[in-house]
Design a protein around this ligand. Structure first.
Ligand SMILES: [Cu+2]
Length: 290
């Protein structure tokens, strides 16, 4: 135990020093190239990993796995850096096999402190529980890395860590509920409606996707990682990562429905991702749950 903590602390220090990064994925980076993807599995609350100084992370008590996030070299603003994610079991040994979940072995979500930046990518599996991916950040500041995976034969696991990225920080923006849940992204007009806005109850999220110009519903959405779309939800403080279940995975639009349960009242940001004509569109909404 002590040993483990020591390891985590050391790692954290390395991250703090080594992370000197910055960035360059566009803010709100919708379709950051090819990846995207996701998870719509169990409604599990996130387990914060060893964590680093910020965010008052909780110890990972119930989780049998650990994820260590490390960088090959300090990242520089606007430059890609290789991130390595090492997944180990409770004995510290590398997890060797993973179940494919929504077409991927591991989904990585990256957000910044004010949730204005969102990236959803799929690191490559090397071996011995090690995944790597090249990624970059738009600015300095705190970022949360959230790894979502399924060790073979085990339940889904979500492990996260706040990391400090060096570089000039952007102006933080307040996370405020959208007054209208209709947005235009990449030529599409996307509307979100919630069946209710209560915590601890199943909420059905219904997206309606239409062409922004013609206002015609789009009924030929393509499967995105095996489903009509993928939705990621985080509480405003990024402490709660909510898995979302598509109600009808085979739908092709213009309607796409998902179900989620918000663990407590407060503000949440919801990113919906859909694929049409080979392009992945990411649309964010901020809602308040009572
Ligand atoms: Cu994914």
């Amino acid at each position: 135990m002590l040993n483990k903590k020591g390891t985590v602390l050391t790692l954290t220090s390395i991250l703090a020093i080594g992370l000197m990064t910055s960035c360059d994925n566009a803010k709100e980076a919708p379709d950051t190239g090819g990846h995207g993807g996701n998870h719509n599995q169990e409604a599990v609350n996130p387990e914060e990993n060893g964590h680093s100084g910020h965010g008052g992370g909780h110890e990972t008590a119930s989780n049998n796995y650990q994820a260590e996030f490390t960088w090959n070299e300090p990242a520089i603003a606007g430059t890609e850096t290789e991130l390595t994610i090492q997944i180990t079991d409770k004995n510290g040994g590398p997890v060797q096999e993973f179940d494919v979940n929504h077409e991927k072995l591991l989904h990585l979500i990256i957000v910044n402190r004010d949730l204005s930046f969102f990236n959803h990518i799929h690191p490559d599996y090397k071996e011995n529980g090690e995944f790597t991916v090249n990624t970059a950040f738009p600015a300095g500041g705190e970022y949360k890395l959230i790894a979502d995976f399924v060790p073979k034969g085990a339940g889904g696991s979500t492990l996260s860590e706040w990391v400090q990225v060096e570089g000039e920080e952007g102006e933080p923006s307040a996370i405020e509920p959208d007054s209208s849940l209709i947005k235009q992204v990449n030529g599409k007009e996307i509307e979100l409606s919630l069946s209710n806005a209560l915590s601890n109850e199943e909420v059905v999220l219904t997206y309606h996707i239409q062409d922004a110009q013609t206002k015609q519903g789009i009924s030929n959405l393509e499967p995105y990682l095996g489903a009509v779309g993928h939705v990621v939800i985080l509480s405003a403080d990024a402490e709660k990562y909510i898995h979302v279940h598509p109600l009808d995975e085979s739908s092709t639009g213009p309607k796409a429905e998902f179900a989620a349960t918000f663990p407590h009242s407060g503000i949440y940001k919801i990113w919906g991702q859909f694929q049409h004509q080979g392009e992945v569109v990411t649309v964010p909404f901020v809602v308040e749950i009572k």
